[in-house]
Design a protein around this ligand. Sequence first.
Ligand code: AMP
Length: 122
Amino acid sequence: MAYTYDPQNIFAKILRGEIPNKTVLETDHTLAFHDIYPQAPIHVLVIPKGPYVTYDHFCAEASDAEIVDYARTVAKVCDMLGVVEDGWRLISNAGANAIQEVPHLHVHILGGRNLGRMLQPA
Ligand code: AMP
């Protein structure tokens, strides 16, 4: 699979400092920040700093250091947000069927309330 990364996407602009964000945690390879339109009391996005479009792209082509840093950052952010005890959800939309709006890998960390079932019936 060949992945094409658009460097003009909004998260690339955030990473270049061209638009602001509400940072939760930044590491060598990863940035976590609050979603601008929260869907739950806690809604944070975690993105790699590298140019990856989707989770499968990242897992296929990122370095071990990037992957470990990303996974550890998700865990740290969950701890910082205090969602571990009551539960939380991780979502990553990829491509058209998932209605991915921003073509730079991001996982959504959602919590702070009962989130209901994962999917609504079609
Ligand atoms: P997705 O549909 O999975 O691609 O989700 C994209 C998410 O990015 C949505 O939840 C938006 O609210 C969020 N978003 C878009 N622009 C920004 C921004 N400038 N800062 C923070 N979150 C954003």
